[in-house]
Ligand binder design. Structure first.
Ligand SMILES: Cc1cc2nc3c(=O)[nH]c(=O)nc-3n(C[C@H](O)[C@H](O)[C@H](O)COP(=O)(O)O)c2cc1C
Length: 298
């Protein structure tokens, strides 16, 4: 993100130098007990303004997202509101992938707020080149699902050719063979259920999806998109919404350009996460168990 300008109010500034300490670009110098911009602001991270005890610094952006939410209020002053580790971890552990939803639409203002919660995430070099596309109509989700189903049906037909799997493997491309062994059967079954029983095995009957992607030019597009995604998953939890990442949709979008075309997503944009959302029909009584983690102390 580009800052259009940094304004220092010399009347307010008391030369404490905190702006110079926090600035990652070392762009401030204290001269005669006042802050001066002596270098260039490369990240537009806003840290100087956020840390200044005198509120003497303003970073202006051409387009700044207001810190406002439609479905709840959160003042910037509540920035440091303490959240206990227990409260945080309880919420995080309560999040489970939801695969049974109620037929209740999600309010648009909540979906928009989820995106705003998403963009509180960090991004490499503060590029913020993430993108968010929302589908909140079941008929459009099913049309999207149909394109994904077409992709997997084609892939399954290809994977049925044993000679092709062997040839690709010999050429150092074992992916089709791995797909055949690990996914072919379950995808085949899911496709039959999708076609014949109209069973939504892809989005599990969710009421909306958020596609999180990145425009070209970001240094760490995938990391940025996935960090925003995790924020959205946790944000969804606070609205009593269930969520599920749909990796099968991401893979199909990556491999079949036509799916992106149909969704009118620009060709040079990459989608890194598809998040299914809806009000859960089943609530989990116990938190997720995890395999024991091995920490390597260095
Ligand atoms: C990258 C990624 C892709 C996923 N793709 C799918 C998917 O396509 N369909 C699905 O039902 N679940 C999908 N999941 C959900 C995982 O199966 C789930 O997170 C895992 O089993 C742990 O369960 P929990 O989320 O309830 O803790 C995906 C999760 C991740 C992180």
């Amino acid at each position: 993100m580009q800052a259009s300008s940094i304004i220092i109010d010399k009347n307010r500034c008391n030369g404490c130098g905190i702006c110079a300490q926090v600035c990652p670009a070392r762009a401030f110098t204290i001269v005669a007990e006042k802050a001066e911009l002596s270098g260039s602001c490369t990240l537009a991270c806003d840290h100087c303004a956020a840390a200044c005890p005198q509120t003497a610094i303003t970073v202006e952006f051409s387009e700044k997202e207001p810190f406002e939410f439609a479905s709840f209020s959160a003042k910037p002053a509540e920035n440091r509101a303490p959240v206990s580790p227990a409260a945080l971890v309880n919420m995080m552990r309560a999040r489970r992938s939801c695969r049974v939803y109620r037929e209740k639409p999600i309010e648009r203002e909540i979906l928009e707020d989820l995106v705003k919660i998403g963009i509180t995430a960090p991004s490499g070099t503060n590029s913020q080149k993430w993108t968010f596309s929302i589908i909140d109509s079941r008929s459009k989700m099913l049309a999207f699902g149909e394109s994904i189903a077409t992709y997997y049906k084609k892939l399954n037909r290809l994977a049925e050719f044993g000679w092709l799997r062997k040839l690709l493997k010999l050429c150092g491309q074992p992916q089709l063979d791995i797909y055949y062994r690990e996914y072919y059967d379950s995808i085949k079954e899911a496709m039959i259920q999708w076609d014949e029983e109209k069973d939504d095995r892809l989005f599990h009957g969710a009421q909306a999806v958020i596609l999180v992607g990145a425009e070209p030019g970001a240094g760490c597009p995938q990391e940025d998109a996935l960090l925003a995604t995790q924020n959205i998953l946790l944000g969804a939890e606070t609205f009593a919404l269930g969520s599920c990442l749909i990796g099968f949709a991401v893979e199909a979008l990556r491999r079949d350009k036509k799916i992106k075309e149909r969704l009118k997503i620009p060709v040079d944009e990459t989608i890194y996460a598809v998040i299914a959302l809806g009000y859960p029909a089943i609530s989990f009584q116990r938190p997720a168990s995890r395999r024991k983690v091995a920490i390597r102390w260095m």
